[in-house]
Design a protein around this ligand. Sequence first.
Ligand SMILES: NC(=O)c1ccc[n+]([C@@H]2O[C@H](COP(=O)([O-])OP(=O)(O)OC[C@H]3O[C@@H](n4cnc5c(N)ncnc54)[C@H](O)[C@@H]3O)[C@@H](O)[C@H]2O)c1
Length: 356
Amino acid sequence: MEDIRIGIIGHGFMGHEHEKMLTKMEGIRVIGFSDRDPEQLKDVQEGLKRYSSNDELINDPEVQVVLIAANNNQHHDIVIQAARAGKDIICEKPVAMNLAELDDMINETKKCGVKFTVHHQRRFDPDFRTIKEVYDQKSLGSIYSIKNSLYGFNGNMHDWHVYISEGGGMLFDWGVHLLDQILWMMPGSKIVSVFADVRNVINFEVDDYFKILMRFDNGITAEVELGTYYLTDKMHDKWFERHWMICGDKGCAYVDGFGPEGKIVRTSHLLTNVSGKRTMTAAGPTRSFGPPAEGTIITEELPSVSTRHEDYFENYKKAYRGEEEFLVRIPETRRVLALMEAVRESARTGKSIDFE
Ligand SMILES: NC(=O)c1ccc[n+]([C@@H]2O[C@H](COP(=O)([O-])OP(=O)(O)OC[C@H]3O[C@@H](n4cnc5c(N)ncnc54)[C@H](O)[C@@H]3O)[C@@H](O)[C@H]2O)c1
């Protein structure tokens, strides 16, 4: 089987990650890199080409697939250029700055008959895959709540991510992954409405905090909250607790941090009405919020999942040869982008938005 020959545009953070992974993968050959900043090409691995321009990379007959790992505001023009040169395309997330840009890219890639997909490798993250497995196993009964929280406790953001014009902000950076994960986990369910708060707490231009509530037609309310200025001095080995929480009427499950550490938690029997034992707390006596009676809380291990970011490209290779579908389909990325536009509208108006 012939290798798929990939040229990569952008040798920054993500370009280096692609270089590390793809140069070791069977069935893929990285041909070389271009970058508008020649300094960035200095440490390109020996044996790979260092192109003097994107034009040169895109028009190199050796390159079959162009992988775009440049700043978000560059994706549209590079996709159009690569499509017109007849190249297949993998674009980094967020695929575009807005729906109008994406629709343009969709039209052009269709017209030129090239393959087009987006790098959403976080569909293979262990924390997410574990929660997805819990969801798929349907052992929590009727699920009413899914919560995903991600906090950058040190308060920093970096590089071009602080500029709107470059496609900065945390909604574009991590928000797009977190929303994609939740939508992909529940295929076939529609979002009835969206309510969101999006803020720039300390950054001058871009969002560094958001809370998004999505009401699904399957009865689930999903919440995603992310903040970079969410300070704490309590860093601990798990890094942060309750990264994911999923609750049904037959139990809940949580995942701490990015590792699949956590538990499924149930009660020995439904405690809908027990005699009100008082517990004294600093907030006075309580009956509902004290420790549970001995033996009433039961825990189970989370399902174990086997997942790697390489699997994104394993799918890519098969899909490229027509053996299966691309895991990340363009209509899915369009739905996420449309959702992000609804999120921004809700934040702007302070009102919930009817979505699908
Ligand atoms: N999938 C993921 O997990 C993930 C993680 C990080 C970043 N990303 C995405 O990867 C892309 C790059 O982000 P990054 O963090 O690597 O940024 P970065 O700033 O570290 O690297 C971007 C590189 O692209 C170059 N560049 C910019 N415009 C260009 C152009 N028109 N032509 C050629 N080179 C150009 C820059 O000089 C820089 O070297 C973004 O779209 C980002 O959202 C994805």
